[in-house]
Design a protein around this ligand. Structure first.
Ligand SMILES: Cc1cc2nc3c(=O)[nH]c(=O)nc-3n(C[C@H](O)[C@H](O)[C@H](O)COP(=O)(O)O)c2cc1C
Length: 189
């Protein structure tokens, strides 16, 4: 089993990363499994130039995007995590998503093999209407282009007053999500 987690927070060890750690713990990875953790804050991801060269050939930008996508292509499970910034994804995550335009231009960039996606978004304020709607919409086409299937969208509000790291029940639930996915994956084989 191969899992790739892509972290879109601008800080290390924050809420969205903590949530991902719990999900991964729930996966109970074994020696034969393969895990890749990608913190976008440590990667070089340049913005899409809208040059349209990808409709005729490869993307002209050479940075870490392709290496990350090579992992995603092989993955059974992809976990995306982002803080909510102005009701949308973080700017780093948006830059990353925009590079997916090359798969719109060339839909065969991804195999027919479907990969499950768990999307995690954390937000500082208490729950309000449409708090996660921008995140959902930003990821909608991206996940589609990656031949992904949104298996679970985890939305966590109110991190300003109680960070994920201090929520025991939430952490148990997150581990349970990982465990559930694992059970389904093992039953599939
Ligand atoms: C630039 C910026 C914009 C933010 N915008 C929102 C917002 O629109 N709604 C909200 O509930 N929280 C907002 N927050 C709070 C973050 O979503 C919250 O602190 C989140 O849990 C941080 O996740 P992280 O620790 O993984 O970075 C914002 C924070 C920053 C720094």
């Amino acid at each position: 089993m191969r899992v790739v987690a892509i972290l879109g927070s601008h800080r290390d060890g924050g809420d969205s990363s903590s949530a991902v750690q719990e999900i991964i713990e729930g996966l109970r990875l074994q020696e034969t499994d393969h895990q890749t953790l990608v913190a976008l804050s440590r990667c070089r991801i340049l913005p899409c130039l809208a040059c349209n060269q990808c409709s005729e050939g490869d993307c002209v930008i050479k940075d870490d995007f392709e290496t990350i996508m090579d992992e995603v292509k092989q993955a059974d499970l992809v976990i995306f995590a982002t803080p909510v910034y102005f009701n949308g994804v973080s700017s780093m995550m948006k830059t990353f998503i925009d590079r997916g335009q090359q798969y719109y231009a060339k839909p065969d960039g991804f195999s027919e093999k479907k990969r499950d996606v768990i999307l995690v978004a954390t937000a500082g304020a208490n729950e309000y209407e449409d708090q996660f709607e921008g995140v959902r919409l930003n990821f909608q086409f991206f996940i589609q282009y990656l031949q992904g299937k949104l298996w679970n969208f985890i939305r966590i509000s109110g991190t300003d007053h109680t960070p994920v790291s201090m929520r025991e029940e939430m952490k148990t639930n997150l581990r349970h999500v990982g465990q559930l996915w694992r059970e389904r994956y093992d039953a599939r084989d």
